[in-house]
Design a protein around this ligand. Structure first.
Ligand SMILES: [Zn+2]
Ligand SMILES: [Zn+2]
Length: 121
């Protein structure tokens, strides 16, 4: 009897998927479960970009997205959009302040003008 070859990394999509062996406790879990039934370790990782499910984390086997990099990129994007919205609101605020201060500056200018007229007498 020939020894069975080590499990190939890629599976034929028409073949039934083999059970997923838990990387922590070694329990064979059916492909339908996302977490190990015994120790609750994730049995499959979902690509955040294309939602491809795979047994190993790290890099997506389908679109080659690096999960860690992708997560970091999302964080950066989130931070930049937050910063942009903050900047937009702050510029709006300064414009509003200018509009609100306009009558006051106008009054000050008028007062100075009147004072100048009086001194001119
Ligand atoms: Zn397990
Ligand atoms: Zn992917």
């Amino acid at each position: 009897m020939r020894r069975r070859r080590q499990r190939a990394v890629t599976y034929n999509r028409h073949m039934p998927l083999p059970p997923i062996t838990c990387s922590k406790c070694g329990l064979e879990n059916p492909v339908t479960v996302r977490f190990c039934k015994r120790c609750h370790m994730p049995t499959r990782y979902e690509c955040p970009s294309c939602h491809h499910l795979q047994a190993q984390g790290g890099t997506c086997e389908k679109c080659a997205t690096n999960f860690t990099k992708y997560a970091a990129m999302l964080m950066v994007q989130l931070a930049s959009t937050e910063k942009q919205s903050r900047e937009a609101s702050s510029s709006r605020q300064s414009l509003l302040t200018q509009i609100l201060l306009l009558p006051i500056t106008g009054v000050v200018w008028l007062f100075k003008y009147l004072m100048a007229l009086r001194n001119g007498d």
